[in-house]
Design a protein. Structure first.
Length: 412
């Protein structure tokens, strides 16, 4: 009977990595004449890759105190369903991808059942909530990290950790041409495009998009006043957004654009949008790393509730908010956080990045250096880098768990 592997991811980026991981595991298993069954939490991409989705990731990806409280009954119900599936099926190994608030609770249950746990994509414990290190030590077999500074952080805390490289750093540029992307998206290939990436969660979009659209309007009119053609704007939608949430985005756009003469196109492919955009406005999160790896100059924005911000200021111990600035150890891209996140400030910061010149060139060179630091050479066994290395480690742990189970049966 083939072993079972539990994989869980809760947000757009983690769900993408989860789909790639299922495919990599299947490939490595087939190469050795083996197979496995996969189940857990994921979205459509993970389901298409071969994961039996006990819980849908889009049903769990909520943020903000009020939104979590509102959805608490559903979250508890779905989490209970996930835990019960683990108890009933007893997987040989579990891989938890990011999403720490839920996954640390799940890791506790997995550990109680004697199931080895691999955590892929570290929560930002180095920035805040360092007390959670004790949870990592207690429940996690290995922490597989995607940023180079995370490996020594964990190792210094006595945690088994490995920097596997960043999966996005290994991807080739999008193959779609500018002309084809324009035709598919309803854009003018001759105009300048600016990316607007307000986040992958519905609440982030509601909080960030209106200010981004106001900035877009300011930029558009500034270009017209200088006798230049106004830019068009591209807004990628995260695949984890439900149809209802996509409808909310369209409603926000329709409401705002009734009083603005700008063109905003919704697209599915964020990497292609970043690749072809001249510059972008990006909400703090995984999309900032995507923009950096694509080499697209950008401005980071973010806003949370006043209470959350006040608490964060007291407990966050890092010098920067944007991950690219943390990796570089300096301010490479502008950060407009909380009160600084205004339409006029966005225009002031992104304006110098649009024409060829020192500001644009300097940022692109810094982004290229960051891309190099995130692309780790694969191991001798792994063929394609980070995801293959995670699959390799998972199968190593699977083999160890299988041998331990066999020995326990023998002793019994």
């Amino acid at each position: 009977m083939p072993p079972t592997i539990f994989i869980s991811a809760g947000e757009a980026s983690g769900e993408h990595y989860g789909a790639l991981l299922v495919e990599a595991l299947k490939k490595q298993l087939v190469a050795t004449g083996q197979s496995a069954k996969f189940f857990g939490m994921g979205g459509q991409r993970m389901a298409d890759a071969g994961l039996e989705c006990v819980v849908r990731s889009e049903d769990m990806a909520v943020m903000g105190l009020t939104e979590v409280i509102r959805h608490l009954p559903r979250i508890y119900r779905e989490f209970g369903k996930l835990k019960q599936s683990v108890r009933d099926r007893r997987p040989s190994v579990a891989v938890l991808i990011d999403f720490p608030d839920l996954h640390f609770r799940l890791a506790k249950e997995l550990h109680r059942l004697g199931i080895p746990v691999i955590f892929f994509v570290s929560p930002q414990l180095w920035a805040w909530k360092k007390h959670r290190i004790k949870l990592v030590k207690k429940y996690i077999r290995e922490m597989l990290v995607i940023f180079p500074f995370e490996e020594p952080f964990y190792q210094n805390q006595g945690v088994a950790a490995e920097f596997v490289g960043h999966p996005l750093a290994e991807l080739p540029p999008p193959a779609i041409s500018r002309v084809q992307f324009a035709a598919e998206s309803g854009l003018d290939a001759e105009k300048t495009w600016i990316g607007l990436l307000p986040g992958s969660r519905a609440k982030e979009i509601r909080d960030n998009l209106p200010e981004m659209l106001q900035a877009a309007d300011f930029l558009f009119h500034a270009c017209l006043e200088r006798g230049r053609s106004g830019p068009q704007f591209v807004l990628p939608l995260a695949p984890t957004l439900s149809e209802a949430q996509r409808g909310e985005v369209r409603e926000v756009l329709a409401k705002v654009l009734r009083r603005m003469p700008i063109t905003v196109r919704l697209v599915e492919d964020a990497r292609a949008a970043l690749f072809h955009a001249r510059a972008s406005v990006v909400a703090s999160g995984t999309a900032t790393v995507e923009a950096a790896l694509i080499g697209n100059p950008f401005v980071v924005v973010y806003r949370v509730s006043p209470l959350t911000y006040a608490i964060a200021k007291r407990v966050v111990t890092v010098a920067h908010v944007a991950m690219v600035n943390l990796i570089a150890g300096k301010r490479v891209v502008p950060e407009l956080i909380q009160g600084d996140f205004t339409a006029s400030n966005i225009v002031q910061q992104i304006g110098p990045l649009l024409p060829d010149g020192p500001r644009r060139q300097s940022m692109m060179e810094e982004l290229a250096r960051i891309r190099g630091s995130l692309n780790k050479r694969p191991s001798e066994k792994a063929e394609n880098g980070a995801i293959d290395r995670v699959a390799e480690i998972t199968l190593d742990v699977l083999g160890t768990a299988g041998r331990q189970s066999f020995e326990e049966v023998g002793r019994a």
